[in-house]
Design a protein. Structure first.
Length: 161
């Protein structure tokens, strides 16, 4: 086997292990606003680019993006926040005319693999309300939760110190 071919195959496999992998895509209502959460596994420190789009009437509409140009209809209503392993689309004043198949697409800069994408069908009447902030969701240790709950337990005279 040609050594050049072997090196090329090795580099391709190595590069594929370093891309961003979308783990989950979910949608919920926060008041009258839509929130679409795109959870990903961070496998590189390279900057991340994203695109949120919607397909309705067999046509793709870019809502918010760092990859391509967003459509005028969504520019004033959409924004994106990024947290560790989460890219979150916020679409204000969500109505039934905004229903469709939402797509989250991620690409790491200087990554030779294809863009990662995942889609979800969003129908207003079937959306759940967004959950509030939870310490359990944020990977907080049980010891910290216990320490934070001690004053509450003392207040109801459950624990006496």
């Amino acid at each position: 086997m040609n050594p050049t071919v072997g090196i090329a195959v090795f580099l391709t496999v190595l590069q594929a292990t370093h891309c961003q992998m979308i783990k989950d895509l979910s949608a919920c209502l926060l008041g009258q606003n839509l929130r679409v959460d795109c959870h990903y596994e961070n496998r590189t420190s390279n900057p991340l680019t994203y695109e949120f789009s919607i397909t309705k009437d067999n046509r793709k509409h870019v809502i918010h993006s760092t990859i391509s140009v967003s459509e005028n209809a969504y520019r004033n209503r959409a924004n994106v926040t990024m947290h560790k392993n989460l890219v979150c689309l916020h679409l204000q004043s969500f109505t039934t005319s905004d229903e469709g198949v939402y797509l989250c697409e991620l690409k790491a800069t200087n990554d030779y693999t294809i863009n990662q994408s995942k889609n979800i069908t969003v129908i207003k009447d079937k959306l759940e309300k967004c959950a509030g902030f939870s310490l359990l969701i944020q990977n907080t240790s049980w010891l910290l939760l216990l320490l934070l709950s001690l004053p509450l337990l003392q207040a109801v005279d459950f624990v006496s110190l």
